[in-house]
Design a protein around this ligand. Structure first.
Ligand SMILES: [Zn+2]
Ligand SMILES: [Zn+2]
Length: 245
């Protein structure tokens, strides 16, 4: 009986220490308090970033090659379209429903623009995981796109949210449109950091985004276009977008 108790206790201690290990490395940024904001906006330009978690499992979930995004999510987008077609929608109707590809950018934009006071432990940690890490290590190619495991989790509440406003047959197409918007956003973002733009549009977008990282970090949040910056009044000054390297 005593042996059973001590075995149980040992198991619980091991589990607690494992949890502490998982939270330890990422949790450090929370202790920066008010100096977090200044610290996170001083980029380290290297292709490698620090380890997030001591646990190999959690660490693995934070690393994503860019091509995993279209490989995993485009089939889901196709499945969504086919589902709405099977429920009686024509291709032109699907095109109309699909036109909400901008919705994902709008949601991200609102989240990024909502600048919080980063003086709380939890606030710093959440910001670091969602956006701050990318500002600290903008060229870390394995942590540039959103981890599929996290996207998969977020898909459930988003699907249910769409279902509230849409009919059963339009829900898949609307959801698929937003998912497609996300895929475009993520791979464009990767390209702007690691690709070599050859035409004027992509050169402009790259300059626009790098200005957001290295010049004015509270302006120019747009990635695939500056449309939402115009809508929300965060367009950087023209001079900056031309001069800042
Ligand atoms: Zn970026
Ligand atoms: Zn940013």
């Amino acid at each position: 009986m005593e042996g059973g108790w001590s075995w149980g206790w040992g198991k619980r201690t091991r589990r607690l220490s494992r949890l502490r290990q998982v939270a330890m490395v990422v949790g450090l940024v929370g202790h920066l308090g008010e100096s977090y904001d200044e610290w996170v906006h001083q980029p380290i330009v290297s292709n490698e970033g620090p380890r997030f978690f001591e646990s190999d499992f959690w660490e693995f979930l934070t690393l994503t090659v860019w091509w995993a995004i279209p490989t995993i999510w485009l089939p889901v987008v196709c499945w969504c379209i086919s589902m709405s077609i099977r429920m009686g929608h024509t291709l032109s109707e699907i095109g109309l429903l699909f036109s909400n590809v901008w919705l994902y950018q709008c949601i991200v934009f609102i989240l990024l623009k909502k600048k919080k006071k980063y003086n709380l432990y939890r606030g710093n940690t959440i910001h670091y995981l969602i956006h701050g890490f990318h500002h600290k290590h903008p060229m870390d190619g394995l942590r540039l796109v959103f981890p599929p495991a996290a996207t998969a989790i977020l898909c459930f509440p988003f699907w249910n949210l769409v279902r509230i406003f849409a009919t059963p047959s339009t829900t898949p197409a609307i959801f698929g449109g937003s998912l497609f918007g996300y895929v475009m956003y993520d791979i464009t973002h990767y390209y702007l950091h690691h690709g070599k733009p050859s035409n004027d549009v992509s050169k402009h977008l790259k300059r626009y985004h790098l200005n957001h990282h290295f010049c004015i970090q509270d302006k120019g949040f747009g990635v695939t276009s500056s449309m939402w910056d115009k809508v929300f009044g965060t367009l950087p000054p023209q001079k900056t977008t031309q001069d800042c390297k």
